[in-house]
Write a protein of this length. Structure first.
Length: 610
């Protein structure tokens, strides 16, 4: 029993001693952990030490104990900045305290950016497009975004390109290898009647060239403007030889009927009933040649034969031939100095017009035309008072009154609208950048012409006529609507006959007025239209027309008996109104309701006014 007691006492003593020592030594251990005296950064080149220290300032505080847990938390915070491949934390004893070292190995930096394979877009343009810059770290996700931006930029500029590879070498050179797509071939599908070479004459895109969206779009518009096809579309296929580098534009064409026979009848106050027969073919022999014959019988008898050859030679010289014998009932609207018992007269024109034209550039064309035309005289009689005189003259020509007559105004009657032969040469130049000629949504058209008529060419009239035609088209509402503007200016030198003078009035010039309402040696006309697209086949139009044909004195059959233009000087006449354009199987129809100084007029025709 005595031996057991000391054993138990010893055990208890030892336990008590351990507890006391633990209590005493605990605070001492905490005091023995080294305090942080300094934090430094080593290994950084581009990233400032301040950026790194700022990230760990709340973890590694000066004067607080340094622990392994704090070291790991600081390492993770610096690594999460994303600038470094590795981050390590270490310390070294400085007396009783420690200096903490943050060692970093920065990610590779971009020292140079190189583009290989780009020919149509400069290095400077591509450097502006990408996000990666010299001095940036190499980031895989950023480079992937740059690849997409390069390819998208090529597409925005109308090209196709693929970034085939991206490399970064040990010296920090970031290289983008670009494959710009070239044309392997141009394919045409859908032709049945039209010969393929006719279409290819209008395709400027050639195999081996880089793909250009603008150029192939111009080809599509050019083919559509031939007027032979209902629709022309583009599809892109990868190249057969090099699918990664080449494309094959496939032009898909839907032909439309190009031949037409029409029989119609019309009645007007001037012509009474007229029967009309028209036969035309706009794609003769599948060569885009146009031929037409128009016959009219009844109130007037006329024929007009036309032939158009678009490809007379290898330089796309075009020939336009017209042979005609037309009769037209017209109304003379003369000045106040001339009074008429009957203002209607018949005008017959017989002759031939030949025009040759040749393209000089993509949008410019020059032409020369020869005209030989015989215009009949009318039997229309006009009378004019020549002031106080002795006797009355009722027949043309000056005569002496018989003796005994008293003083009275001298009244002269004379045939108006004398005819004659005109032989002339017309020189022309035009520039046309409209997208769709029949219904433009943007672009412009301008032409200058000079007609020289003279007795040296065998004609009976000698004069020179100059004319400028300027048009602009602006798409609005994303191209759904169009603002169309036109300015026509003209002047004449020499002795132009009345039948060849400038005229305004009617569906093609000054709407809201009768045809040829004003005549003169000079012309000034402005037209403005807003074309509101209701659908693909229906358009509403609001218009304002303003202009005049003015100046000049025109001879008659009787020497000394001349007719002056209604307006001696420019007098602006305004017409305005609204109309409808409808696409029909017969072509685009036009119906306008115009209001002018003389009242209102309804105008009907085909296609836009301009």
């Amino acid at each position: 029993m005595w031996l057991v007691k000391p054993h138990r006492t010893a055990v208890l003593s030892i336990i008590v001693l351990i507890i006391v020592l633990a209590a005493l030594l605990g605070p001492v251990s905490a005091q023995e952990q080294p305090l942080i005296a300094e934090v430094t950064v080593v290994g950084n080149q581009y990233i400032s030490a301040d950026v790194i220290l700022n990230e760990v300032k709340d973890i590694l505080k000066i004067g607080e104990p340094y622990t392994a847990q704090k070291a790991e938390a600081a390492r993770k915070a610096v690594a999460d900045l994303g600038y470094f491949d590795t981050v390590a934390i270490s310390y070294e004893q400085v007396g009783e305290d420690v200096k903490v070292n943050i060692s970093v190995v920065e990610r590779q930096r971009i020292e140079q950016i190189i583009f290989v394979g780009n020919t149509v877009i400069t290095d400077a343009e591509l450097e502006d497009v990408i996000f990666s810059k010299v001095g940036h770290i190499v980031a895989a996700e950023a480079i992937r975004r740059d690849v997409r931006r390069i390819e998208d930029y090529y597409s925005q500029q109308g090209y196709i390109a693929q970034v085939a590879d991206v490399k970064i070498d040990q010296f920090g050179a970031l290289t983008f290898i670009i494959n710009e797509a070239y044309i392997e071939e141009v394919a045409i599908e859908g032709l049945k009647k039209t010969q393929e070479w006719v279409v290819r004459r209008n395709i400027k895109t050639q195999p081996g060239e880089l793909f250009q969206q603008a150029k192939i779009a111009a080809d599509i518009n050019r083919i559509y403007n031939m007027g032979l096809f209902a629709d022309v579309k583009l599809d892109l296929h990868p190249g057969k030889k090099e699918p990664a580098k080449a494309v094959i534009p496939v032009i898909q064409i839907e032909e439309k009927p190009t031949g037409m026979v029409s029989i119609a009848g019309a009645y007007s106050e001037l012509d009474n009933f007229v029967g009309m027969l028209s036969v035309s073919e706009n794609n003769l022999r599948g060569r885009a040649e146009r031929v037409s014959i128009d016959l009219e019988v009844g109130g007037r008898t006329s024929y007009d034969f036309r032939f158009y050859e678009p490809y007379l030679d290898s330089r796309d010289t075009a020939l336009d031939l017209s042979i005609f014998d037309t009769q037209r009932q017209r109304r003379f609207i003369g000045g106040t100095a001339v009074s008429l018992a009957e203002d209607q007269f018949e005008e017959r024109r017989t002759g031939t017009v030949i025009t040759l034209s040749r393209p000089m550039t993509e949008t410019e064309r020059v032409s020369i035309g020869l005209r030989s035309e015989q215009v009949s005289s009318s039997f229309l009689q006009g009378t004019r008072s020549l002031g106080d005189a002795i006797g009355t003259l009722a027949v043309p020509g000056p005569q002496l009154p018989p003796p005994g007559d008293t003083n009275a105004p001298l009244i002269v009657a004379a045939p108006l609208h004398p005819g004659g032969r005109v032989n002339s040469i017309t020189l022309g130049w035009q520039r046309d950048s409209r997208d769709i000629i029949a219904n433009p949504t943007h672009g412009s058209y301008q032409s200058i012409s000079l007609e020289l008529a003279g007795s040296l060419l065998g004609g009976e009239n000698t004069y020179q006529q100059y004319q400028l035609d300027r048009r602009r088209y602006f798409g609005v509402r994303g191209g759904k609507d169009v603002i169309a503007l036109r300015l026509l200016l003209g002047t004449t030198t020499g002795n132009i006959p009345l039948f060849d003078s400038f005229t305004v009035g009617g569906s093609r010039s000054l709407r809201g007025y009768q045809e040829d309402r004003y005549r003169g040696e000079n012309l000034a006309l402005f037209n403005a239209e807003y074309r509101y697209g209701l659908s693909k086949s229906l358009t509403l139009v609001g218009f304002v027309d303003a202009g005049d044909a003015f100046g000049g004195v025109f001879r008659t059959e009787v020497p000394g008996f001349d007719i002056s233009a209604d307006d001696e000087d420019l007098t602006i006449h305004v017409g305005m109104g609204f109309g409808i354009r409808a696409v029909t199987p017969l072509g685009p129809l036009r119906l306008d309701f115009g209001f002018g100084e003389d009242g209102s007029q309804t105008h009907f025709g085909f296609g836009h006014t301009f």
